[in-house]
Ligand binder design. Structure first.
Ligand SMILES: *Cc1c(COP(=O)(O)O)cnc(C)c1O
Length: 433
């Protein structure tokens, strides 16, 4: 890429969560292969991010590429209204077979946020159809479900900037799950807030929405599986729907196929995205139980009211089928476990570093929470200079590498994080957390 491309980019192109007047630097990536990103000047970076949880098989995977090539010569897209096609049918067949058996009706959409909107609208239409309209959701503090309005309204009220859109956002209820973390011992009374909120609001709640176990963009916290069992039990008791947002955690990232499996619960509505296509194209799926689909469909509305233009995009479905086929031999499990133990032995000792507050590892997720907000610009640059792609946010330096990463390259990611902690300029002492 030329310098004037970067100038144009800086002047005209929005990037996520950065200023148009004082943008954070962007790095030109011209190709990607396996677990490496290749910069415009030829340097190779070891990928620690899987392009935000998505590229679990690495980049340019021959099996996914081959499948997409063969689909592209048939058709890239066709409308889904009144039409169906082999890739959508095959993908849904595979999803129904590989997801919990009660979740058998699949809605395909174009991104994770839209999958959440779809799930929330299903819950609202379900109550509407049953003759008792409800509009409240119970969500988790520190949660993140996307950037559209419904999704924002169930994301953490503080760190997802509710205040900025407060006049426009619906009001929902929030419960804390940080009191008991993953791996700690559950104590009687840990479910007190959950139980209290249910007894107060069970007449107005349409659904509970949770990221199972791992709270991603809301702070990279891992909470105790018992919270999921408590939610499932209370939802059953009061007839309230349970929505699981597995957009980040699905397809093995936490060491289980779904993070819900840590608690052996089945949600009523399940949202998948990110790694669904192995990180190649945008696609999401919202799965639900047949009786919910039936209640919605047999209502006055007569159908579920959503239908994106690119619904069931054949090329994206084809990529997803190929990605699922790569996961079939369960090799992902051994890779995730190997990554997990290497992250544990490499990162957990960093808790003794004076700049570190806490270190957390679960599955192929490693999180170093530091004591101050990081200077993203300086730290990002330092990582690039050291040959790794790690994108920190707030006070969190974390890695979610592709499952195919080699142990040598994973060691490089870990060493880069460890060494980066020694530079005071990487941390902004003026910004409180
Ligand atoms: C990324 C994410 C979303 C939103 O997905 P997009 O594809 O970015 O719209 C929703 N929920 C969770 C848990 C996520 O990590």
């Amino acid at each position: 890429m030329q310098t004037d491309d970067l100038d144009f980019d800086r002047r005209h192109v929005w990037h996520p969560y950065t200023s148009m007047t004082k943008p954070l630097p962007t790095y030109p990536i011209v190709s990607a292969n396996g677990y490496q990103l290749i910069l415009g000047d030829g340097r190779r970076l070891i990928d620690g991010m899987s392009s935000w949880w998505a590229a679990i098989h690495g980049y340019n995977h021959p099996v996914i590429n081959q499948a997409m090539h063969s689909q592209i010569s048939k058709m890239s897209h066709v409308m889904f209204g009144g039409i169906t096609h082999p890739p959508a049918v095959e993908l849904c067949r595979r999803l129904v077979a590989s997801m919990p058996s009660d979740l058998e009706c699949v809605f395909l959409a174009d991104s994770g946020s839209v999958a959440i909107e779809v799930a929330m609208k299903m819950a609202l239409q379900y109550w509407q159809a049953s003759g008792h309209p409800r509009r409240e959701f119970l969500a988790l503090r520190q949660g993140y479900h996307g950037d559209t309005f419904g999704a924002m309204s169930v994301s953490d009220p503080i760190n997802s900037m509710h205040s900025m859109y407060s006049s426009y956002l619906p009001i929902n209820r929030f419960v804390n799950t940080l009191a008991r973390r993953f791996g700690e011992t559950w104590q009687t009374g840990d479910d007190a807030e959950f139980t209290a909120l249910f007894s107060l609001y069970h007449n107005t709640l349409a659904a509970v929405i949770m990221e199972p176990i791992v709270q991603g963009a809301g702070g990279m916290y891992f909470y105790h599986p018992e919270y999921l069992r408590v939610a499932r039990t209370l939802c059953d008791q009061y007839g309230i729907l349970l929505i699981a947002d597995e957009i980040a955690t699905g397809f093995g990232r936490t060491g289980k196929w779904l993070a819900c499996n840590h608690a052996n619960i089945i949600p009523d509505i399940l949202c998948l995205g990110k790694a669904l296509t192995g990180g190649t194209l945008t696609l999401s799926a919202t799965l639900t139980r047949r009786h919910i689909a039936e209640i919605i469909s047999d209502s006055d509305a007569g159908c579920f009211m959503h239908g994106p233009t690119f619904m069931g995009n054949p090329l994206a479905c084809t990529a997803a089928i190929a990605s699922l086929s790569l996961l079939e031999d369960k090799e992902w499990y051994h890779r995730v476990m190997a990554i997990s133990s290497q992250l544990s032995s490499g990162l957990l000792p960093l808790v003794d570093h004076p700049n570190v507050r806490e270190v957390r590892v679960l599955g192929a997720i490693g999180v170093v929470e530091v004591t101050r907000v990081v200077n993203i610009s300086l730290l990002q640059n330092w990582f690039v200079e050291h040959g790794v792609w790690i994108r920190p946010f707030r006070n969190l330096i974390y890695v979610i590498p592709p499952y195919i990463i080699s142990s040598e390259s994973l060691a490089q990611l870990i060493n880069a994080i460890a060494s980066s902690l020694d530079y005071p300029e990487h941390f902004d002492s003026s910004i409180p957390i």
